[in-house]
Each structure stands twice: as C-alpha cells, then as structure tokens.
Design a protein around this ligand. Structure first.
Ligand code: ZN
Ligand code: ZN
Length: 373
C-alpha cells in the first residue's frame, strides 16, 4: 500500500494518508510511495474539537499505543475517518537509516536482525524486522497507527487503595520515597532484598499517581511475574481500570489506566505513561535485551517518574547511585522475622554499610545506598 503526505483542509501541517483517501481538496506534498521511503513527519497534534462520543471507547482502547491495523479493534472505514480528521496518525514501522532501518517498535537496527520477504501488500521485496516478528511482522511498508490525543481519566471511587496491611518502618520509608518520585516525576531505585515486601511499597505511590490522573505502567520481566502480581494489584485497587498484558493475555484491548505488562508487551506503547515502575530490573530477559530497555523508555512520557525495583542492582545502576546520579532507597532483610528499625530515610545522602555485611543481630535500619559495590 502506498501513502502520501498531503495538506488536508483545516489541518495545519501535512499528514500521512493512504493514497486511496486523497481527493481534490487535498494538496500532495510527498509520495505516493511506500511509507518508509517518505520523509519523516513530526507527530501530529489532535484536533481542537471534542472527540465524538462514538469513538470514546476505541480511543481508550488504543491511546498510547502504536499498532498495526490488524492489531486494532477498528474497521477500515472508521480508521480512515479518524486519519482524515486527525485523531489518528500514520507513522512508518521501519525508519530508514544510512544503511538499513531502525524498527520503531523494538528499536532494532542490527542489519543481521532484518530479513526480506516477497511482500503481498506492496508487491516488492520488503525488509522486515526479525527481532520482534513474533508480535506481528513489521515491514518497510508497514504503518503503525497511534492516537494523537491522550485520554482523561475520571477519578476512581474512593478509597482507591483498599489494601489493609501494615508496612514495616523500612517499607514505610521506601513507600514515601516512591510517592515523592511519583509527585516530582523523578527517578528512584528501590533496592529491596528478597522477602522485604517490595510490592506493598508501591501501593501508596500508585494511589498517588492515580489521584493525579496519571497513567501507570508496571513492567515485569516475565509472564510469571505479571501473573503473580496481577491479583495482588487487583485486590489493592479494585475500582481502578487495570489490565495485565502478556503474550496470551485477553486484556490487550482493555482500556486501562493501570497497566501491568511484560517488558515485551510494553513495545506496543509509545509516549503513554506518566509513571513507570520496572520490577526486577536485574532479571532476564530485560537485563540482557536492549530492545526491552528501548521499549520501556519509549512507553514512558519524556518527563515520567521512573521507579526501578531490584534485589540485586546491576553494576550500571550501582555506579549511577555512587555518583549521586540516581536516588536510591534500600529495604534491608528482616532479621528474625522482624523488620529492623533505624536511621532516618533520605534520598541520596551518606554512605552506609550494606545490610548483608552486618551480623544478624544488627538493628540498624533502612539505608540509603551510596557505595555498596
Ligand atoms: Zn511491503
Ligand atoms: Zn522490531
């Protein structure tokens, strides 16, 4: 399928449209050609008008995502109408580079991870990304569709957080740091040894983000982690529209403000989340696959709060903490079944000894990591 760049009456800048949609009221500025051969357009702004009510549901389903047409729950006629009116924009799936391409979905630009297929859609030998092909093939002629407007979330029924448990003093300090990161849209590393109860530490921060009308992504490395976390989040936030995304998930079309996703599934999002929490940032495959880091970064808005959780931080993050580039809060092990109490929490201050280096009788508490390498 060939596309054009065209100036549409009432729209300030040229937009990308399938050639078949062009009529005499439009002025073509580039094309027709395969989308990845045309110059790259800036992202479109949404129209000044209100989105017509019949489209509210599909907007909530699709906003913040970049999808192939076959991944959208929308018929061609509606898609075309939304393209012409500017609610949806068309962008290339593969971005041309000096040599080869970069896949917009997974960030892959290694030449050996692209293949060539005799393409029924454009009738040519068409390059495609092999790296993310299991999510649906993206070729040089593939279009990724995205909504130009972000949804406004109505307040969930109070109380939003219905978890009744109690946090240990260490968890409380970490919880306050998470809330602070959410409010300031800053970065935070939560270093919690296994069994320290790191999920509960997130609850107040998630509640605050929901209160601010933010959209939240909790990215986990693997499906089993998503399946383990999903019922706990659902129980803590029963009135919030939430979705759990993994390979065979049935929630993929579900409109949701709170999204729990494998890092793989996060590839379908772009510029979508105000708060991003990455669980087990040290774990495979996230730690070993640069495209998953790309995916989570792409899914976040440029000014999003970024909170990473880990039991064993990778050395790159430890270095950032040591250089005071990354605030970090540590939740130590609970000795004898009791959370240890201790020093006041503050982000990015003095060096303290790592908990693992202390004898079990030690009662010193939560530490701010500065140099535990
Ligand atoms: Zn093609
Ligand atoms: Zn790809």
């Amino acid at each position: 399928m060939n596309v054009v760049h065209a100036v549409v009456p009432g729209r300030p800048a040229p937009v990308c449209l399938p050639e078949s949609l062009v009529d005499e009221s439009m002025k073509i500025t580039a094309g027709p050609d395969v989308i990845s051969r045309l110059p790259l357009l800036s992202p479109s702004s949404p129209p000044d008008t209100a989105l017509p009510a019949p489209f509210h549901y599909v907007h909530e389903q699709g906003s913040g995502k970049e999808l192939l047409q076959e991944e959208m729950d929308i018929d061609s006629r509606t898609l075309n109408e939304l393209l012409i009116t500017g609610w949806i924009q068309a962008r290339p799936g593969l971005l041309p580079r000096k040599t080869g391409y970069r896949c917009r979905r997974c960030g892959n630009s290694r030449r050996n991870r692209f293949g060539v297929v005799s393409c029924a859609r454009c009738g040519r030998d068409c390059a495609y990304c092999r790296h993310c092909v299991q999510m649906g093939r993206i070729c040089a002629c593939s279009i990724l569709y995205s909504w130009t407007a972000t949804p406004v979330y109505s307040k969930a029924e109070e109380p939003v957080l219905q978890w009744q448990g109690t946090l240990s003093p260490g968890q409380q300090r970490a919880s306050r740091a998470v809330v602070q990161a959410v409010e300031n849209k800053s970065e935070l590393l939560v270093w919690a040894v296994c069994g320290a109860g790191k999920t509960e530490v997130l609850f107040e921060g998630i509640a605050r983000a929901l209160d601010l009308g933010s959209r939240i992504l909790i990215a986990a490395p693997r499906t089993d982690v998503v399946l383990e976390l999903a019922p706990r989040l659902q129980a803590a936030f029963p009135n919030v529209a939430a979705a759990a995304l993994y390979g065979s998930s049935e929630d993929k079309q579900k409109p949701a403000q709170l999204i729990l996703s494998t890092t793989h599934q996060a590839m379908r999002f772009t510029d979508a989340f105000d708060t991003v929490i990455i669980d087990e940032v040290d774990a495979f495959p996230y730690s070993a696959d640069e495209s998953l880091v790309y995916a989570v970064t792409k899914a976040a808005r440029p000014d999003a709060a970024l909170i990473r959780l880990t039991a064993t931080p990778p050395s790159s993050l430890k270095r950032q903490v040591t250089k005071k580039q990354l605030p970090c809060v540590r939740i130590p092990r609970r000795y004898h079944g009791l959370a240890s109490a201790g020093s006041p929490f503050s982000v990015g201050c003095r060096v303290e000894t790592a908990a693992s280096e202390r004898p079990p009788s030690c009662s010193r508490g939560e530490m701010v990591l500065q140099a535990a390498e």
